[in-house]
Write a protein that binds this ligand. Structure first.
Ligand SMILES: Cc1cc2nc3c(=O)[nH]c(=O)nc-3n(C[C@H](O)[C@H](O)[C@H](O)COP(=O)(O)OP(=O)(O)OC[C@H]3O[C@@H](n4cnc5c(N)ncnc54)[C@H](O)[C@@H]3O)c2cc1C
Length: 527
């Protein structure tokens, strides 16, 4: 792999173009008029988890029927006792202002016939408080943000640019760094996929907004870009990471073997009154929680998992046949069309569903200002552990999290940006070393193996024995990958595999260390 000798300098380097990265870039560009902002993203501009979000964004919009206290309480209840209460309060109270900003930037949310915003409800919410755009809210947000970003003269937006690693003292001063030390981030090494060269991007401030890592599991609603790159890069750079054991499995992904990623049947469908039935048509949620279908995700996903294990059947059903079809189709055109395309007519057929990995609650530690433990490295969105979600994220709180922490990072930088010095002595990527041709199929095999290990042993229900098995197998994959990485030509596939193995290993290690069942973590040995 060739390395470019040029250093690409900017004031702000934003890695990722989902809601977290774009909203940060936009805010920064509008308010630091003389600053240069570079966004790099590894695929098309809008390819990210955000684009696939269906349900919407939660906020207390109508205070005559809802209150901050209720939204806070719902979030804390879903988080199962380990949310950071101050962070929850801050996010919930800031939400209306951030949503208004998103609207001002051009995002269109659905309205009722009387002109007010139409507020949906999802599992775990005690009130209707989800702003949405049909059932394609994320795609609408991406459309609006990208349009706005493209008009900003001080933003350079680079697609198919893949961040390999963050640059710290480790490269700049060629010294080993330790996790507890004061470490500074100076930018990132980036693979320009079209030109096949590694570029060096130096920046005063780096914003990590790379999203989640659903691709470590065989069945996930996350698109292929969700390979945990940001978490793994930050871990290698010795940033603090936590809560990796809390994986959220969405209870109702469409059961359609062979379709990757799994198509989501939004929680909002249950919010509208859809009913879960077992393979034989019987309702079962009453056995698990008084809130039945509207219990939080961890509870519903575990209930379905239990039903599937007991019956040995591959899926349960979501029954929408009693709902008003016209209203259903208006709110969920995408879901209705998808079901129709598979011959499922929601007016008379039940929708086959099963749980799929959906979200990671843990990640890179940030404080309320979006700061990580590394100096000048900020992070926002699904890549982070902010304290908002605790052990289980409340539905529709994650788009909101990205908006709030990107804004807070910007607010913090307003105060300190002028003091940050331009990085010096940043070395260009070192491309020396033995490079052998490698069979690409080895990467595909290893990637599939990670998914199988994680789905078999680190899924909805874990145990000590399963975690040990996962750990042993992941170690072998780690060693194999290290050999490939050190001696093969660098490619996005290979780097992603390295990051998938790292984040799978972190989920397993954090799971081994957890000694009580909470939210998205459940071990059969701790019951
Ligand atoms: C099907 C689905 C439905 C959902 N529905 C909802 C919902 O209704 N409400 C809600 O609140 N949440 C929902 N979520 C969760 C929510 O969409 C995500 O948590 C949120 O969009 C994350 O935003 P983000 O900006 O942090 O990351 P993403 O939107 O995932 O963006 C990450 C970006 O980083 C880029 N990137 C990653 N690695 C690299 C690298 N190494 N180099 C360069 N670029 C890189 C990616 O290409 C992408 O542009 C849903 C998720 C899914 C999958």
């Amino acid at each position: 792999m060739n390395a470019s000798k040029k250093i690409h300098k900017s004031d702000f380097l934003v890695i990722g173009s989902g809601i977290a990265g774009l909203s940060f870039a936009l805010k920064t560009a509008q308010n630091f008029k003389d600053a240069t902002i570079t966004i790099i993203t590894k695929n098309e501009k809008n390819e990210c988890n955000t684009k696939y979000a269906q349900g919407g964004i939660s906020t207390v919009w109508d205070k005559t029927v809802d209150s901050f206290e209720q939204h806070i309480e719902d979030t804390l209840l879903a988080g199962d006792g380990i949310c950071d209460e101050k962070i929850v309060k801050m996010v919930v109270e800031e939400a209306p202002e951030r949503l208004q900003e998103l609207i001002d930037w051009g995002t269109k949310f659905d309205k009722t016939t009387n002109g007010n915003y139409s507020l949906g409800r999802e599992g775990g919410h005690s009130q209707d408080r989800i702003l949405h755009h049909k059932d394609i809210t994320g795609a609408e947000i991406e459309r609006a943000l990208i349009e706005k970003v493209e008009k900003a003269e001080n933003i350079t937006f680079l697609t198919y640019h893949y961040a390999i690693d963050l640059i710290t003292e480790h490269q700049v001063k060629k010294q080993q760094t330790k996790r507890q030390e004061k470490i500074t981030c100076y930018g990132a090494y980036v693979l320009d996929e079209k030109k096949s060269i590694v570029k060096t991007f130096s920046a005063k401030v780096t914003m990590l907004a790379t999203g989640g890592n659903g691709q470590v599991y065989s069945t996930t609603t996350n698109p292929v870009i969700a390979t945990g790159d940001g978490i793994a890069m930050a871990y290698r750079a010795k940033a603090e990471i936590s809560d990796m054991e809390f994986i959220q499995f969405h209870p109702t992904a469409l059961f359609n073997p062979g379709e990757y990623p799994a198509f989501l049947i939004s929680e909002a469908v249950r919010g509208e009154g859809a009913i879960l039935r077992d393979y034989y048509g019987e309702r079962f949620m009453k056995k698990y929680d008084d809130r039945e279908e509207l219990a939080s995700r961890d509870i519903v996903a575990r209930a379905i998992d239990n039903e599937l294990k007991k019956s040995g059947t591959p899926h349960v059903y979501l029954d929408c046949t009693h709902l008003d079809y016209k209203a259903f189709k208006k709110h969920f055109p995408n879901i209705t069309e998808k079901c129709m395309s598979l011959g499922i007519d929601v007016r008379k057929d039940y929708i086959p569903v099963s749980p799929a990995q959906h979200y990671i609650c843990g990640g890179v530690n940030i404080n309320k200002k979006g700061k990580t433990s590394l100096k000048n490295l900020y992070a926002s969105g699904e890549v982070t552990r902010s304290g908002l979600h605790g052990a289980n994220r409340l539905a529709s709180n994650s788009l909101l999290e990205g908006l709030v922490f990107s804004n807070n990072a910007y607010e913090n930088l307003k105060k300190r940006f002028h003091k940050i010095k331009e990085p010096i002595n940043v070395p260009v990527w070192n491309d020396s070393g033995v490079v052998k041709n490698m069979e690409k199929i080895l990467i595909t095999h290893d990637r599939n193996e990670v998914k199988t290990i994680m789905s078999n042993y680190v899924g909805i229900v874990r145990s000590n024995e399963r975690l040990l098995r996962a750990e042993r197998r992941l170690r072998v994959l780690y060693e194999d990958n290290k050999r490939l990485y050190d001696h093969s030509e660098l490619s996005t596939d290979l780097c992603e595999l390295r990051n998938l193995i790292t984040t799978a290993y972190l989920i397993t290690q954090f799971s081994k260390n957890r000694k009580e069942n909470r939210g998205g973590f459940y071990s059969a040995d701790l019951v």
